[in-house]
Design a protein around this ligand. Structure first.
Ligand code: PXP
Length: 240
């Protein structure tokens, strides 16, 4: 069954706007889980612009579903993951000046280094997921690293503005999923998914988890987090 990982970064974004203690992403994670979230996702960025080290530590103790720690493949982050032991790690590219994670990570260019990173994390029983574009060569490289998962970057699909490009990007996601499954990878997807564009992606056979943040937290500001999570669960089933 397709699961929903709720990304709570933007709760921390509001808190960090004032460098204060509210709203607390820990409370958001609890509410999201009570509303039916199947997992909680948090991205500890190198610049700590939203999620803080303290958040990740407490989430590890409080999350009752599963905790997906998004992070860059750096020594600092690997050390944190080895200490925290999230249920899985999603490795993402990070550029300080970007507004959000703008593209997938380049495994092809860093194959040896990244194979080592996967081995280090998975030897400690932390499954690794690579956040990549649905690109044939990147998917092949992800499989070569022996990672358990990939997360397909759905940003291009989400940003597509006309029917033809939406369809083209959708087919790319479908093909990427099929290729990954054939290579023995498990497949998640996320980025830019909303109440309006999520359903087709939810229908792609073989995708296990959708990681969604901005759209849910945006709606939560207006209608409350529990309702926003429940409505996303409905949108995934085309029942909203
Ligand atoms: N998946 C990954 C790997 C991400 O980096 C992000 C953004 O932090 C998301 C999913 C969620 O994207 P959005 O906030 O656009 O739903």
């Amino acid at each position: 069954m397709l699961t929903l990982g709720v990304n709570i970064d933007h709760v921390a974004t509001i808190r960090q706007a004032r460098r204060t203690v509210e709203p607390d992403p820990i409370a958001a994670a609890v509410l999201a889980e009570l509303a039916g979230a199947d997992g909680i996702t948090a991205h500890l960025r190198e610049d700590r612009r939203h999620i803080q080290d303290r958040d990740v530590r407490i989430l590890r103790e409080t999350v009752r579903t599963h905790l997906n720690l998004e992070m860059a493949a750096t020594e600092e982050m690997i050390a944190i993951a080895l200490k925290i032991k999230p249920d899985y790690v999603t490795l993402v590219p990070e550029k300080r000046e970007e507004v959000t994670t703008e593209g997938g990570i380049d495994i092809v260019k860093n194959l040896d280094k990244f194979t080592f990173v996967v081995d280090k994390l998975q030897s400690a029983d932390i499954p690794v997921s690579w956040f990549i574009d649905a690109d044939e060569k990147q998917i092949e490289a992800a499989a070569k690293t022996q990672a358990k998962f990939i997360e397909l970057h759905t940003g291009k699909y989400a940003d597509a503005v006309n029917g033809e490009t939406i369809q083209k990007e959708f087919i790319t996601l479908q093909k990427g999923t099929k290729q990954a499954l054939e290579l023995g990878l498990r497949v998640n997807a996320g980025h830019g998914l909303t109440y309006w564009n999520v359903y087709p992606v939810a229908c792609i056979e073989g995708i296990e988890e959708l990681n969604i943040g901005h759209s849910i937290i945006s709606r939560a500001v207006l209608v409350g987090l529990e309702r926003a999570v429940k409505e996303m669960k409905l949108a995934i089933k085309n029942q909203l």
